[in-house]
Design a protein around this ligand. Structure first.
Ligand code: GLU
Length: 480
């Protein structure tokens, strides 16, 4: 048997972290078994589905490296298949037309509520005679197609994460709607039904999805049986929770993959982190791995039943590890869009070799890619702003003279090198008979505006290359 799994996002929003994590588990399982990972876009909700969300979902999956082997298939293009299947169930008497109006359903729900019962459809139109049906039609009522769910049916499956699951037909809210009506007869089919028709048609062997779908699984198993197909295996992964233990929601801030991307997480770190959301590798001390590495050892035995807490600190840590270990040219490629977005001009000496030098300087202190904007602003702005501590430093006795000394020494250095910069500092210390610390601190404030910051000599070389060091030294003298 070839393993065939699928991810079936609905394009009613951007690619959500929960869907992406489900995609990760599907991808890992497929790759572990040399199987196929299929992408199906569930766009049957015509009102809420948008093409831009589909684009966002596809782009997000690609960005994360969750490449698919077949698809994307669009449910909106497969309506005939679903209608044929609905007709089959109608012909077999396993589904029927229900003419109950929404007012009648509302009244039913109210009555159930008043009796303290859970809301459920009472199957009132299950056995209509042709005459009764004709009367209801004559009243001008619309219908939906309902699938019969007998209360005493027992539904059992062996979940790959949650072990034995037992449901009863009576838990499922009565006969379920599988399609609406249209002018021509059978209209828009609904989620639980199309999923089953598609999963049968696409020969899906394992359905891997979030545990919020467990009740759907119970219903869907009945549909497999009705359609004469064998059920696939099911694996329900734990939900992603916030740090308070509640389901991660929009209120927790970012939830879509494109937002994580904008915030400066690398695809590799994010996908690595999602792998750990509910799964742990056999060597549980191992935290950094690629999707391919994880796929080699992935199994549902190591997927937790309990919800997985989303831990920003851990994600940040993983991200910093990826950034720190990334080759400079690759990191530079990733940072350029952030600088452009910030409006920094990448010209006038700030070309590729210079940018790579800048990346070498700031990379090791970065956690998120976006940090590069703040950390490198002193190299893109014309002038610096002095912090309070910086201004105080410039008021120190000897500071101004030290800076003038540096300016004159620079005259004889057409092109500053690392050694030349060290030499200038030594020279000023000697000539003015001051402590080296004074020179270093004054120089740092003059060049960067602050007493703390990245390596001084490297910063100076970068500024010298774009001709900003002398003017900053003059600016600092004027401020001292
Ligand atoms: N469209 C459903 C969702 O986005 C898919 C559920 C499933 O995998 O069957 O949650």
């Amino acid at each position: 048997m070839t393993v065939r799994v699928r991810i079936a996002p609905s394009p009613t929003g951007n690619l959500h972290i929960g869907t992406a994590r489900t995609a990760v588990f599907n991808w890992l399982f497929a790759h572990h078994h040399g199987g196929k990972f299929i992408l199906r876009i569930e766009d049957t909700d015509l009102e809420r589905s948008r093409p831009e969300y589909t684009d966002n979902i596809l782009a997000g999956l690609r960005w994360l490296g969750l490449n698919w082997d077949e698809g994307p298939f669009f449910q909106s293009q497969r309506l005939d298949l679903y209608k044929t299947a609905v007709q089959k169930l109608l012909d077999q008497g396993l589904a029927y037309r229900c003419y109950t109006t929404s007012e009648e359903l509302e009244a039913l729900r109210e009555a159930q509520k008043a009796r303290g019962e859970a809301p459920r459809y009472d199957n009132r139109h299950r056995n209509l005679t042709p005459e009764q049906e004709a009367t209801l039609q004559a009243e001008g009522r619309n219908f939906v197609i309902r699938f019969r769910i007998d209360d005493d049916r027992e539904i059992v499956w062996n979940d790959l994460v949650r072990d034995k699951m037992v449901w009863r037909g009576s838990d499922l809210g009565g006969d379920m709607v599988i399609a609406r009506a249209s002018e021509e007869g059978i209209g828009q089919p609904l989620y639980n039904f199309v999923v089953v028709v598609d999963d049968i048609d696409m020969q899906i062997t394992h359905v891997i999805r979030g545990e919020d779908h467990i009740a759907n699984t119970a219903k869907q198993i009945l549909l497999y049986q009705a359609l004469g197909a064998e059920s696939p295996e099911f694996a329900h992964s734990p939900l992603i929770l916030n740090m308070d233990g509640r389901k991660l929601s929009k209120r927790d801030g970012v939830t879509s993959i494109s937002e994580f991307q904008k915030m400066g997480f690398t695809a590799e770190a994010l996908v690595n982190y999602m792998t750990l959301l509910g799964w742990s590798p056999p060597d549980s001390t191992q935290e950094i791995f690629t999707l391919e590495d994880a796929a080699k050892v992935f199994s549902f035995e190591r997927v937790n039943k309990a919800g997985a807490k989303f831990d920003w600190a851990k994600l940040d840590w993983l991200n910093s590890q990826y950034i720190h270990n990334m080759p400079v040219d690759q990191l530079t490629d990733l940072l350029i869009p952030y600088w452009q977005e910030a409006g920094y001009q990448l010209e006038g000496g700030r070309e590729r070799p210079w940018l790579e030098q800048l990346v070498t300087l700031i990379g090791p202190s970065m956690t998120r890619l976006v940090d590069a904007v703040e950390m490198s602003q002193i190299f893109f702005r014309e002038t610096v702003e002095f912090s309070d501590e910086g201004s105080k430093q410039l008021q120190q006795e000897g500071s101004s003279a030290v800076l003038s000394g540096v300016i004159s020494a620079l005259e004889s250095q057409p092109q500053l090198t690392d050694t030349a910069a060290q030499e200038i500092i030594k020279q000023v210390v000697k000539q003015q008979n001051v402590k080296k610390g004074l020179v270093m601190r004054s120089l740092r404030v003059a060049l960067t505006g602050d007493v703390h910051g990245p390596d001084l000599i490297q910063s100076w070389l970068l500024l010298n290359h774009i001709g900003l060091d002398k003017q900053r030294l003059h600016q600092a003298i004027a401020a001292s």
